[in-house]
Design a protein around this ligand. Structure first.
Ligand code: DGJ
Length: 723
């Protein structure tokens, strides 16, 4: 149970798992005391002694230098000379902020954030720390929510201009977390198209370090999260803290280590291209930051993130429902299809047990390649002469659901939409627009554009019998300017864009609750907790090579559970790497996510088609464990030749184990892999071999696994607890 204990100047938030403690210094400056495993109490004097360094008297507070004490929400430039979490410009051009706590408030549950995705849940308590800068009339409220079932704290910050002049927010991070030492490794997820979210681990060092995005989206290149693990922390043991932003646009994730080796972690809106003018009486709310703590290694940290995603972030019909096994035509046909070709693919898909047929890019305008037509969301009758409804009716008649691809945030310069509304594109007047994939970005900060985007999609959802939408987004921001915003608000565009996008998505998911939405951005370029609030699954990467996917899915699982990851079996040679892998391996890797196929099944041999049939039948039987069980990483592809993981059902009666070996080895023993998450006292039978083991044997001695011959060999085993 969560409790928030307020004892004079000490604020102690805790549940069964963690404690978070704040101490109000003289004058009401909130100092950070502790975030970690649940404790019964704290002596603030002892903590402050740790920071008690000789200092210039003018900066001191209760004997401590403000430049050394740990702050909850520091502002640069008064007593604390380190980088701060907040900066606000006033009428006279100065930017100092001095926030003092005026009131504390405890509420049951968790308030929603206006216009922003956020975690939710009733089993929670929230502390609101109301602060004010008396000189400039700025009110700031720090919000801390603990859910009973999560070892973590959900944080965000809201601002109100209580003065009679404009205030301009120049920085408003969602999270500042001070740590009393720097003996941590910083782990980030960084990459590029087709190799998203590589796990990078390096020791914290003096100075500033971190990752960020200015691309208008979370990006293929960096994820909006950071993880701090003790150097000795492994997958199973040791301390780890993780922080992830519930947002999908520009961000910064930084850790600053100062000369005394104190560490200050920041997460929030990237201020290089951000500012926000608050008129008198206006408010501003930052995105939410999810912070979790584990003393059971990175695996324990991921378990907390997975719980946040499953219980407090994903909504709607599909939040806990089986996800349909799909076939997507993109790599099967690219732009070269007609109705007959699609129906032929769909027919075979239906025959082997696929449940959803998805028509990808190329069905609208005159889009025979990627140079035209984004924005012209009317059916290309050269390809589909009888329209979309006709196609979806036939697909439905085969017993399949029907899904459709959109890239609604974009506009091709070669399109009817651009002819009619050139100003709807983000652009800088007089400058040649920089194109990426021959397209521009629609200015979603505008309400008229938001309404157009909503209607472009909604019309098809109303009329064409669509059960699933793949929502793609394939370029970064450049030439950042809005025809509608005044000069002094142009820096608001990136964040206004996100608010506009969220407004559209909120309307769509509410108006079409039966539709399954999958988010995509050139693969996994916007794989974040923000999009997950609207769309319960995300296309993990355009790279469907099974060995590459071992890495990508392994590191994505640091935060996201299997039900969030779109993962498909594609053709060989793989279209991204040219590698040939067995169909078993492609299936085994893909099945630990939202499973599907990305190929023309008609090109497979009868033997392969039988294997596909077998894969689908098996996955249907195991789907609730595979999607919603507890996922444990066992062997890391970042550390060796083998990748292994296991998903265990919540009741521990069923588990699916996967091992994939990249390069074959000769004359070597069968790997013996310690499993995790099973019930020690249950006996499990491996369905494929008939062998039985106790849970404690499997977790302490391990399971010896025989791999087939050849490179990219893989085994997937089903473990069932004996009755
Ligand atoms: C990028 C996506 O990641 C792909 O899956 C595919 O939908 C293409 N866009 C279509 O243009």
């Amino acid at each position: 149970m969560t409790e928030i204990i307020i004892n004079d100047k000490l604020l102690h938030l805790r549940n069964d798992h963690v404690s978070y403690v704040i101490c109000l210094l003289e004058g009401g400056i909130p100092a950070h005391m502790y975030f970690g495993k649940r404790i019964s109490g704290i002596n603030p004097a002892a903590i402050l002694r740790h920071y008690d360094l000789p200092a210039d008297g003018s900066f001191s507070m209760q004997g401590c230098s403000l430049d050394h004490v740990p702050h909850e929400y520091p502002a640069f430039g008064l007593g604390d000379l380190r980088e701060g979490a907040v900066s606000v410009r006033q009428q006279d051009g100065t930017r100092s902020v001095d926030l003092r706590v005026t009131a504390t408030e405890v509420i049951d549950g968790k308030p929603a954030l206006p216009g922003l995705p956020a975690t939710f849940g009733d089993n929670a308590k929230t502390l609101l720390l109301h602060m004010k800068d008396m000189l400039i009339g700025l009110e700031v409220t720090l919000s801390y929510t603990l859910f009973d079932d999560v070892a973590g704290v959900m944080r965000n910050v809201s601002f109100r201009n209580a003065s009679d002049a404009d205030l301009v927010i120049e920085r408003a991070y969602s999270l500042c977390l001070e740590l009393p030492d720097s003996r941590y490794d910083l782990i980030t997820l960084s990459g590029a198209w087709s190799r998203e979210r590589e796990m990078i681990r390096r020791p914290l060092t003096m100075g500033e370090q971190g990752v960020s995005s200015l691309k208008g989206a979370t990006s293929l290149h960096n994820s909006n999260m950071l993880f701090l693990a003790r150097p000795e922390t492994t997958e199973e043991q040791g301390e780890a803290i993780g922080a992830a932003l519930v947002y999908s646009g520009n961000f910064t994730a930084q850790v600053h280590v100062d000369s005394h080796r104190y560490s200050r972690a920041f997460l929030g809106l990237n201020d290089v291209d951000f500012q926000w003018t608050m008129k008198p009486g206006e408010t501003f709310t930052t995105p939410e930051a999810v912070t979790v703590y584990s003393d059971k290694g990175l695996g324990g940290m991921s378990a907390q993130f997975h719980r946040v995603c499953a219980e407090h972030l994903v909504r709607g019909k599909y939040a806990k429902a089986p996800r349909p096994i799909l076939l997507n035509n993109w790599e099967a046909t690219y732009f070269g299809f007609n109705e007959e070709k699609l129906l032929k693919i769909a027919r075979t898909a239906a025959d082997v047990g696929v449940e959803l047929f998805v028509l990808d890019d190329g069905w609208f305008g005159k889009r025979d390649n990627d140079t035209t037509s984004l924005g012209d969301w009317f059916v290309d009758t050269a390809k589909l002469p009888d329209g979309m409804k006709h196609l979806s009716d036939q697909v439905h008649a085969m017993g399949l659901k029907f899904g459709l691809w959109f890239e609604p945030e974009m506009i091709s310069p070669v399109s009817k939409l651009y002819e009619a509304h050139p100003d709807w594109a983000i652009h800088i007047p007089g400058r040649e627009p920089v194109q990426q994939r021959s397209q521009l970005t629609l200015d979603l900060s505008r309400e008229d554009v938001q309404d157009f985007v909503y209607e472009a999609v909604a019309q098809h959802l109303r009329e064409d019998g669509i059960d699933y939408v793949k929502w793609d987004m394939n370029r970064n921001f450049s030439n950042i300017g809005s025809a509608q915003l005044p000069a002094d608000r142009q820096k608001e565009l990136p964040h206004r864009y996100m608010l506009g996008l969220y407004r559209v998505l909120e309307r769509l998911v509410n108006d079409f609750p039966e539709v399954l939405f999958e988010s995509c951005s050139s693969g996994g370029g916007r794989f974040d907790m923000g999009m997950l609030h609207y769309m319960p699954q995300t296309w993990t990467s355009d790279n469907t090579d099974a060995l590459c996917r071992c890495q990508i899915q392994y590191s994505t699982s640091l935060v996201f559970p299997p039900f969030a990851m779109g993962s498909h079996v594609s053709a060989v040679p793989n279209h991204q790497t040219g590698r040939i892998t067995p169909i078993e391996t492609r299936g085994n890797v893909a099945m630990s996510g939202c499973f599907g196929y990305e190929l023309d099944l008609n090109t497979l041999s009868a033997e392969e088609l039988d294997k596909v049939r077998g894969q689908i039948a098996r996955i249907k039987g195991l789907r609730s464990t595979l999607l919603y069980g507890d996922f444990h990483r066992l062997l890391s592809p970042y550390e060796g030749n083998d990748t292994a993981w296991i998903t265990v059902s919540k009741d521990q009666n069923e588990a699916v184990f996967m091992l994939t070996r990249a390069l074959a080895k000769s004359f070597t023993y069968a790997p013996l892999i310690k499993l995790r998450g099973l019930a020690a006292d249950k006996t499990y039978t491996v369905a494929e071999t008939g062998e039985s083991y106790t849970g404690d044997e499997l977790m302490n001695l391990g399971l010896s696994v025989k791999l087939p011959w050849g490179d990219a060999a893989s085994v997937s085993l089903t473990l069932k607890a004996n009755a």
